[in-house]
Write a protein that binds this ligand. Structure first.
Ligand SMILES: [Zn+2]
Length: 467
């Protein structure tokens, strides 16, 4: 007897947590933090609906916080099993979970200083010590499809999902207790990336399975098809002619490296002039190092550039700022230059100090490469508002505002269907998860229309028996 319960990543794109139970063993696939609306975030504080001490092992599909950010809490509450994940994901987790722990500590601190807490003192969800304890449980494996026994009777194998570096789809095989000796194969897509993208391999074809859970972030949307590098070159050349700076607010892991790769390529092809490219984020600098470490994560082009002893993520004239002093020095630079810094939506981080100078400057340019949520400074600028509040100051918006949208780490629904076409058999059931309710429903309908398969949109805390 086996079953799955959906404890997150359903009805929402955050909090991914799927509990598999088979022959008395309990496996958790992903252990993400709920983010966004308050009602969701409060779930992070509730006791988990299972005892963390009873979990035999955890499988992690990729390093993003909505898939890993609850792990230090799980460890704090007594989980002591192994955490299975790809090698690159393990390295990225060490960067991202420490950052997450610091944010948790800062938030608790803020609540205490402003008397915003019912508990005195307010405690963080977890701290740096919990994060470091979590790292001790990591059991990294290559993303190359070999089966690994993760506990008695259960194996898992990891293949490239193409979403960010290290991202995996995971096939979990559970030995069946009944006499026929059959096993149950459950495939988790994880977050799926695109085909023909820079740096990363295409998503691996899905292996034969009985059950399949597939992501549906873009279940009701398609990406536009304008090649981002052409648009980028145009914007950069315009800014260069004005001898003016460009600010790109970008997430430190994934997007920053994609942009660096593109700038380096545009330079090599002489489509843009060389100019200073500044990465102002200590996390981004650390994450960039992880990119060259594991050959199984690189597509052929990336590997061939590395073979020529060229760093694929290093434009001609790149500088990174790790310390605050370096960051301040960069702030005083003049002339054409590209500054990449987090956060994406101008909600915090070092990018704000740059925004204070760039946004009121009519020669400067800001390029948005990620989704800007309602209410954020990024969204206000993008919407053409005349003034915006940054670091408690109202500043006029005079800079050029650009948007390059074709950057997204997620497959849209047509790409998910293309991926599913590679499945060699008809699964008993497909579950659509990791999507807002409308997106998950739409993805389910696209799959039914295309293949005629049985597709279920699971609900929060729903349990489904697997036969
Ligand atoms: Zn993700």
């Amino acid at each position: 007897m086996a079953k799955i319960t959906f404890y997150g990543g359903v009805g929402s794109v955050t909090g991914s947590k799927y509990l598999l139970e088979s022959n008395g063993k309990k496996i958790l696939v992903d252990c993400g933090l709920f983010q966004g609306e308050r009602e969701l975030r409060e779930r992070n504080w509730q006791d988990p609906p299972f005892n963390p001490k009873d979990i035999d092992a955890v499988i992690i599909t990729h390093a993003h916080i909505d898939h890993t950010g609850f792990l230090p809490r799980l460890v704090r509450l007594g989980f002591a099993g192994k955490i299975w994940t790809s090698r690159a994901t393990a390295d990225l987790m060490k960067i991202l979970l420490l950052d997450s722990a610091r944010l948790q500590e800062e938030e608790a601190d803020y609540r205490n200083r402003h008397n915003l807490t019912n508990h005195t003192p307010a405690l963080p969800l977890y701290d740096e010590t919990d994060a470091r304890e979590t790292f001790k449980l990591l059991s990294p494996v290559p993303n190359t499809a070999e089966p690994h026994e993760i506990c008695e009777g259960i194996t898992a194998n990891f293949r490239v999902a193409g979403h960010i570096i290290g991202a995996s789809m995971v096939l979990v095989e559970m030995a069946n207790a009944r006499e026929n000796g059959d096993s149950i194969k459950f495939l988790f897509s994880g977050d799926l990336g695109h085909y023909d993208q820079p740096i990363l391999h295409d998503p691996a074809p899905p292996p034969a399975c009985d059950y399949l859970m597939c992501e549906s972030t873009y279940g009701d949307r398609l990406h536009d098809e304008v090649p981002s590098d052409e648009k980028f070159a145009e914007i950069i050349n315009e800014a260069y002619k004005r001898d003016a700076p460009i600010l790109i607010p970008a997430f430190a892991v994934g997007r920053t490296q994609e942009i660096l790769y593109m700038i380096r390529e545009l330079e090599d092809d002489h489509k843009i002039p060389s100019m200073p490219v500044i990465v102002d984020s200590p996390m981004a600098a650390q994450a960039t190092q992880v990119y060259n470490r594991f050959s199984e994560e690189h597509d052929e082009e990336y590997a061939s550039i590395l073979a020529k002893k060229i760093h694929p993520l290093r434009p001609d004239w790149m500088q990174t700022a790790s310390t605050r002093e370096e960051s301040k020095r960069i702030n005083n630079m003049k002339g054409a230059r590209i500054i990449i810094s987090a956060s994406v939506m101008l909600t915090g981080g070092r990018v704000l100090h740059h925004a204070l100078r760039i946004v009121p400057d009519e020669n400067a340019t800001i390029i948005f490469v990620g989704y800007q949520a309602a209410g954020t400074a990024g969204r206000r600028i993008q919407n053409g508002e005349k003034e915006v509040k940054i670091l408690k100051q109202w500043i006029p918006v005079r800079c050029h505002v650009e948007r390059v949208e074709s950057f997204s780490a997620h497959a849209d629904w047509k790409t998910v269907l293309r991926w599913l076409h590679g499945l060699p058999n008809t699964p008993k059931s497909v579950f659509t998860a990791h999507g807002e309710p409308d997106a998950a429903q739409a993805m389910a309908q696209h799959i039914r229309d295309e293949f005629g398969w049985n597709v279920v949109v699971p609900q929060y805390e729903q349990t489904i028996e697997l036969a």
